[in-house]
Design a protein around this ligand. Structure first.
Ligand SMILES: NC(=O)N[C@@H](CC(=O)O)C(=O)O
Ligand SMILES: [Zn+2]
Ligand SMILES: [Zn+2]
Length: 346
């Protein structure tokens, strides 16, 4: 049995760091495993311009200072109906903003300012295709008539396919994919389409949300799906295809905002993200493919250099804390109170 796992230092290609006290509470967890992360822009108000992204990047760097960890936040902008095409030129020339994020209005946490119709953004999307700036998509339709478990598959057919037909060179990352349909669509598409996959969608199916009672800490968007879909995701990430890479979608919300009559969507996996992915790959008998998924495919897609340092995990059990400090509140991490199989050792 493998006892130590040393990998090129990985990156997280989908992360929520929040702001202020929350940012201070979480950023070192990510920076202790990952060299870089694509930082999501769904703050309140959202990060819609290169100038706002520069200020947010500075707040992240300042929050990390006490830890002494080296970490590069890769910034993104929140696409709105009114993002001017000229902002894309500023992105392309910035050197630190790496993508724009499409939140269909109303699809998820802090998406109210999101896009109401892609038709309103065509000039801006054309400029992104010209300048090679990737579009990251929360791929779910928002039509309340569509069953929540079908919203990703319907998004592919009704939004993503027409968009890629209209702009065949646009570079797109389908974020946090959760279905067989998404895995198959991405695998079969051109090099300009890739996907991130979370640890929780690889580890759990939708039964987990209701095991012995309702479990608000396992509610996220897109919602967990059937076992058939989880298996398709595991097959995709262990296939060796460069189109799939690591994105935790670690999304902290205070305990009281999760344990309530109408709880927020999001799981906090950043405390031990790599040990979670290691379980998935080990259980699929594919530990030798973890490094490419976690450390190679992402930078290759984003046209960035791979990291030079390493990260080592050891087979060593430890117990995840029941809760973590989160400003003057609490944060319940994924697997709270449970035992982990792998531990980061440097
Ligand atoms: N994934 C989630 O359930 N929540 C994310 C938003 C998102 O990535 O859709 C959040 O910001 O809380
Ligand atoms: Zn999302
Ligand atoms: Zn997210």
């Amino acid at each position: 049995m493998t006892q130590f796992l040393t990998l090129t230092r990985p990156d997280d290609w989908h992360l929520h760091l929040r702001d202020e006290a929350a940012l201070h509470a979480v950023v070192a967890h990510t920076a202790s495993e990952f060299a870089r992360a694509i930082v999501m822009p769904n703050l309140k108000p959202p990060v819609t311009t290169v100038a706002l992204a520069a200020a947010y990047r500075d707040r992240i760097t300042a929050a990390l200072l006490p830890s002494g960890l080296s970490f590069t936040p890769l910034m993104t902008l929140y696409l709105t109906d009114n993002t001017p095409a000229d902002e894309i030129d500023r992105v392309a020339e910035s050197g630190f903003v790496h993508a724009l994020k499409l939140y269909p209005a109303g699809a998820t946490t802090n998406s109210d300012a999101g896009v109401t119709s892609l038709q309103k953004c065509m000039k801006t999307l054309e400029r992104m295709a010209e300048r090679g700036v990737p579009l990251l998509v929360h791929g779910e339709v928002t039509d309340p008539q569509i069953d929540i478990f079908d919203r990703e598959a319907v998004f592919i057919d009704t939004v993503l396919m027409p968009l890629l037909r209209e702009l065949p060179t646009l570079r797109v990352v389908m974020e946090h994919i959760t279905t067989r349909q998404a895995a198959e669509f991405v695998a079969a598409a051109g090099d300009n389409l890739a996907a991130t996959v979370t640890a929780h969608h690889l580890l759990l199916n939708r039964n987990a949300i209701f095991q012995g009672g309702i479990r608000p800490h396992l509610y996220c968007l897109p919602i967990l799906k059937r076992e058939e879909h989880r298996r398709a995701l595991v097959a995709a990430v262990t296939s060796g295809s460069p189109k799939f890479f690591l994105g935790t979608d670690s999304a902290p919300h205070a305990r009281h905002a999760k344990e309530t009559a109408c709880g927020c969507a999001g799981m906090y996996t950043a405390l031990a993200a790599m040990p979670l992915y290691a379980e998935v790959f080990e259980d699929a008998d594919a530990l030798d493919r973890l490094e490419a998924f976690a450390s190679h495919h992402g930078p290759d897609f984003y046209r960035l250099p791979r990291n030079t340092g390493t990260l080592t995990l050891a087979r060593e059990s430890w117990t995840v804390p029941d809760s973590l400090p989160y400003g003057d509140q609490q944060l319940v991490p994924f697997r709270a109170g449970e035992t982990m199989r792998w531990k980061r050792v440097d």
